[in-house]
Design a protein around this ligand. Structure first.
Ligand code: EPU
Length: 501
């Protein structure tokens, strides 16, 4: 059994770390670091000011349904790529510039952690972000941010190279499943990292990482990214098998290669990383957000609208487009994007979520709202997150017929078989939806609720809308531009109290 002690008690004043750099081994508070950013540089419109805990005021969306969404939007940079790329930029001792960075809550959280670690950053224009990690002084990921933010786990790999150690408290993310970090921990141990858990705190120490043969038990996106970033500066070769191959990971790998990393994917789910002694700053473009593209596509088809999504990349959306077409969506691919419309009749569909290149779990909630409007019985088997279908109960209250099941309604070998969790759904349609009062539980459920409100008859209220703004840039502006009737309100009391008043 492992004894849990403070591994840093006897740390010397300097430590030789990965990528050939030396930094102070003792933590220096971030104060005194000349800031190249100020409050005005944080998210201008998309991010709400933090709620004042002394009041019950809360921002909400009021949505009047019934309008088709028509027009054009441009996808922002990917929410599931940009934060990881900001973190990867910490591997170099000099600045990098990321272009097409979305102004969303997840990026703001990443930058808050950068602040705490002494990393300087500044917006060069609306979407270009310069990250200057030459001043990294910290190694503790702040405990007030990590419970909200799944991506922050990747700081561990970057900090091991910059500081030889890292510390993290509880890891966050949407409450859509258990979301353990065991794959991350096991892979880091194989790379030579010493890990100690002390209550909610996990401490990592690894002054020199060594390449290893690693096989993931499941193609986890986060664990794959952890290995790619950790192995980029490790000594020797790492072979990572059964890994994730999402386009967002390709985008991260593109940045790492531009920084001098040697990473290949010779076949299938295998990545080969040859560690290099040093990485340098680079300029790189963040891939467009295919989850945002699919969300608006589902919205256009469900509202019988006509929408051109500029920047939607057909190659990254193949399994989504196949299901959308089977449900009666018309998708016209163009070099600049994709046009989405509905045929006269929406049809039922069958889908199973899976790692890329399968149907993404993040596409599922808005698609389910669309299927409530299809003529017949649709089947959904969610195989990535055991609690992701939790949002469907609220759709039932709006009039949808969504029957949740614990059995696997699909052919995929599923980790949730026999575990009693509602991870399948039978959707019977079409059902008219009526307006509701909806508390947004997580990002994708939030867009699904927004779409349900746009389809429904009457005026709906959505609360906890910061959960939507964490991942969708300027959602209010975009919906309004497309003809949707949505406005922001500040509620002076919680919705439930207002309703009973
Ligand atoms: N898993 C483990 N152990 C681990 C890691 C993962 O059991 O150590 C399990 C998870 O519980 C889950 C499955 O493996 O059942 C897949 O998790 P994965 O690691 O792939 O997900 P993630 O990296 O935590 C990212 C996205 C998610 C997206 C998934 C799958 C970010 C910040 N999050 O999460 O995005 O659903 O990959 O593609 O990149 C969203 O955008 O709404 C969202 C939740």
């Amino acid at each position: 059994m492992r004894t849990v002690t403070d591994p840093f008690k006897n740390a010397s004043s300097t430590a030789v770390i990965g990528l050939g750099r030396t930094v102070p081994a003792t933590d220096v508070p971030a104060t005194g670091v000349p800031a190249t950013h100020g409050p005005g540089d944080l998210m201008p419109d998309a991010i709400a000011p933090a709620a004042d805990p002394s009041t019950t005021a809360e921002r909400a969306y009021r949505v009047s349904g019934g309008q088709p969404l028509c027009g054009e939007i441009t996808v922002a940079g990917a929410k599931n790529a940009a934060p990881k790329m900001i973190i990867a930029a910490l591997l170099a001792p000099e600045p990098s510039v990321l272009e097409n960075v979305p102004r969303i809550g997840e990026v703001e959280l990443t930058l808050r952690i950068c602040d705490a670690l002494g990393v300087r950053w500044r917006w060069l224009d609306e979407s270009s972000l310069e990250i200057d990690p030459s001043t990294v002084t910290g190694w503790r990921i702040p405990a007030d941010v990590s419970p909200e933010h799944r991506s922050c786990m990747l700081f561990v790999a970057a900090l091991l190279h910059r500081a030889g150690r890292a510390q993290i408290a509880a890891i966050g993310g949407d409450a859509i499943g258990a979301r353990p970090i065991d794959f991350h921990l096991q892979a880091l141990r194989q790379l030579g990292v010493d890990i100690e858990r002390d209550g909610a705190i996990t401490r990592f120490r690894g002054e020199v990482l060594r390449g290893a043969e690693i096989r993931l038990a499941y193609p986890s996106v986060g664990a794959t990214e952890q290995v790619l970033v950790a192995a980029a500066g490790a000594m020797g070769r790492t072979v990572l098998r059964n890994a994730a191959i999402e386009p967002e990971i390709d985008s991260l790998v593109g940045l790492l290669r531009a920084m001098g990393a040697r990473i290949e994917r010779p076949s299938g789910r295998t990545w080969v990383i040859d560690g290099v002694a040093s990485l340098h700053g680079a300029r790189h473009w963040v891939i467009g957000d295919r989850l945002e593209a699919a969300s608006y596509a589902a919205a256009a088809v469900a509202t019988h609208g006509d929408l051109f999504v500029r920047g939607a990349e057909p190659e990254h959306l193949q399994s989504f487009l196949a299901v959308l077409r089977s449900a009666g969506g018309i998708c016209e691919e163009d070099t600049a994007g994709i046009r989405f419309r509905a045929s006269d009749r929406l049809l039922p569909a069958t889908l199973e979520t899976a790692p890329h290149p399968g149907f993404m779990t993040d596409w599922q909630p808005p698609l389910v709202v669309l299927l409530t409007q299809a003529d017949g019985v649709s089947i959904v088997h969610e195989t990535v997150y055991e609690r992701r279908l939790g949002y469907a109960r609220a759709l039932g209250e709006m009039g949808a017929s969504v029957d949740l099941r614990t059995e696997c309604l699909g052919s995929a070998a599923c980790r949730f078989r026999g575990r009693g969790c509602n991870h399948s759904a039978v959707i019977s349609g079409p059902t008219p939806l009526v307006a509701g009062e909806l508390e947004v539980p997580d990002l994708r459920a939030g867009f699904a609720y927004l779409l349900a409100a746009l389809v429904a008859d009457g005026e709906s209220t959505l609360t906890q809308v910061g959960n939507i703004e964490r991942g969708y840039q300027e959602v209010l502006v975009k919906i309004r531009t497309l003809g949707g009737q949505i406005e922001e309100r500040v509620l002076e009391a919680p919705v439930a109290q207002q309703a009973s008043a």
